[in-house]
Design a protein around this ligand. Structure first.
Ligand code: FES
Length: 236
């Protein structure tokens, strides 16, 4: 993998990503670049780390430090479908632990392991930010709400059978490589790729309560200037 050659398309996309950042701030492109290399290889390999370092003028150690910090960057071969089971407190109490155990048994894999057919990688996760629909399972970060061991087992059975069951909410399901490309900042132009429709009732209940209590989100001015980069090596 270390001498892997990234495609011309990936190289062009890397330049497009880097050009999105102001002069002197290009290293901020590292996170989308890591998603980009994952979109081609299905994981962040040593070749992917070297590619990012070369593109941004960073050391491989600097890139590796970032790539190992975030769980969304996979350092081992990962399946087409990353099945994440929330086992944090709320989901765990609502059945998340049983869901994880039953999927582990059905698939014959443990944490961060991939089925022999390369289809599914299983992981448990700490709060998938959808507590109002607990217990939660995501597949490539798309939501499957109010799961049970039976529903989760049926979901992975269908995924292994090459179906792409619609998530409970949001956009349609895609593969991990396709999702990584979106996370790198390249929109999926296909029909149904973007979620439509209102938020679900449990989420809107929270909004209604906030409105009753007079709580709102703080304003944001998109024209807020970015401060200049600090001088390097004591230069004035
Ligand atoms: S505790 Fe499971 S989504 Fe928050």
């Amino acid at each position: 993998m270390a001498d892997f050659e990234f495609s011309t398309e990936t190289r062009a996309r890397a330049q497009e990503i880097i050009a999105r950042y102001p002069e002197g701030r290009q290293r901020s492109a590292l996170l989308p670049l890591l998603h980009l290399v994952q979109s081609e290889q299905g994981q962040v390999t040593p070749a992917g780390v070297a590619f990012c370092a070369e593109q941004l003028g960073l050391t491989k150690a600097e890139v590796g430090a970032v790539a190992t910090f975030y769980t969304m960057y996979k350092r081992r071969p990962t399946g087409d479908y990353l099945v994440s089971v929330c086992t944090n407190t709320l989901c765990g109490l609502m059945g998340g632990d049983e869901i994880y155990a039953s999927l582990s048994q059905t698939l014959g894999v443990g944490m961060n392991e991939t089925t022999a057919d390369g289809k599914i990688t299983l992981e448990h996760a700490e709060c998938l930010a959808a507590c109002d629909y607990a217990p939660i399972v995501t597949v490539n970060y798309e939501f499957y709400d109010n799961m049970t061991p039976e529903k989760a087992t049926d979901l992975v059975r269908r995924l292994r059978g090459s179906e792409r069951p619609m998530p409970t909410r949001g956009a349609r399901l895609c593969t991990l490589k396709e999702m990584s490309l979106q996370l790198a900042g390249f929109a999926d132009e296909r029909d149904g790729a973007v979620a439509e429709g209102p938020a679900g009732a449990p989420t809107l209940a929270g909004v209604a309560l906030a409105e009753q209590a007079g709580v709102g989100a703080p304003g944001y001015d998109p024209k807020t200037p970015i401060p200049a980069a600090p001088a390097k090596d004591g230069a004035k």
